[in-house]
Design a protein. Structure first.
Length: 341
């Protein structure tokens, strides 16, 4: 067994996964995460985080490992909601899924607790999207045998230059692949294949669940194609550059107020440019998302005499909503705002 800490402060583990390997891997990962987060935390928060980490490390030996698996279920950890939904739909009763991102939390900015690092280390399969959540990337390291990276399952498109955050490199990929039903279906297909290999005892049950998921995604794709085929306008002004895949798939043009981060501050000059562009396209609605403040969208809307509406990137859901419910609601919102027949 070899445990190394690479140059990106992530962990790579060689050899079989034993309980002692899990504990050592988890301890090192927690120490790295806490050390790197100290620069951003006030003193009391640092003390609390350290005490919490020590408590979790002390209990790590009680946690299961992949070797301790329940033969009736695959222990899956999903990084955020769209991946949780996907794992549950294609896995059904053969999987037990834990979501690392709590409802109502913006996944780009989520903070990983020491107890969640334990969950990641003990999972049989971690379903995540590299590059979207740095803390999760750090926790999973390079232990590829039990990782499923959704970003590697489909081609990614780059963010438009005006959607980049300060300091982001040109060509940085747009992570919001789940907003394109066709790409989301491809990811689901690859995940189903992975679960089938991981769970040979349940292999006969996965095709039927994938077929049901395929039917849902095909119907959703058809609804968007038909619903957005005849619209008076095709530009969507959004407070979050999350809809590039959806826009490309269905012939729309996304005009983002801010970049990838929903919390990014938008400059007055950029707001003036957005207002002028929205006005030139006769936009009647400025879209904002459910998990962030609508203030910026409201500012642009007031400037051009438009209204505001929620267009949800489905990074987290609350209540009885699920992926399909929110996607259908988004379609109804777009049809009204774009004057579709």
């Amino acid at each position: 067994m070899i445990v190394t800490l690479d140059g990106r402060s992530s962990l790579r583990i060689g050899g079989s996964v034993t309980r002692s390997t899990l504990i050592l891997n988890t301890m090192l990962t927690i120490i790295v995460i806490i050390a790197e987060s100290y620069r951003m935390r006030p003193p009391l928060a640092r003390i609390s985080a350290t005490l919490a980490a020590l408590a979790v490390i002390a209990s790590a030996s009680a946690c299961g490992t992949p070797a301790d698996r329940d033969p009736q279920h695959v222990n899956v950890v999903a990084a955020f909601y769209p991946l949780q939904y996907l794992a549950e739909r294609v896995g059904g009763d053969r999987v037990r899924v834990t979501n690392l991102t709590r409802p109502g939390i913006e996944p780009h900015e989520m903070d990983l607790k020491p107890s969640q690092v334990i969950q990641v280390s003990g999972a049989e399969l971690v379903v995540y999207q590299r590059g979207l959540q740095p803390m999760v990337d750090q926790a999973v390291g390079d232990s590829g045998d039990r990782l499923f990276d959704a970003a590697a399952a489909v081609p990614l498109i780059p963010l438009a230059p005006e959607a980049l955050e300060d300091g982001a490199k040109p060509g940085a990929p747009d992570p919001h692949i789940w907003l394109d039903p066709q790409r989301y279906l491809t990811v689901g297909t690859r995940l189903s294949e992975r679960l089938t290999r991981l769970d040979p005892a349940g292999k006969d049950s996965y095709p039927a669940r994938l077929a049901a998921f395929t039917t849902e995604m095909v119907a959703l794709d058809n609804a968007y194609r038909t619903g957005l085929a005849q619209c008076a306008r095709h530009e969507i002004v959004t407070s979050h550059a999350a809809f590039g895949y959806l826009a490309r798939r269905y012939g729309l043009t996304q005009i983002p107020i801010a970049g990838l981060s929903a919390d990014e501050e938008t400059s007055p000059r950029r707001l003036a440019e957005i207002a002028a562009t929205a006005r030139s396209h006769h936009a009647t609605t400025i879209f904002f998302e459910a998990l962030v403040s609508p203030k910026v969208a409201q500012t642009v809307a007031r400037e051009i005499g438009a209204t505001t509406a929620v267009l949800d990137p489905i990074e987290g859901v609350t209540g009885a909503d699920d992926y399909l419910v929110v996607m259908r609601r988004n379609l109804a919102t777009l049809r009204q705002a774009l004057g579709c027949r």
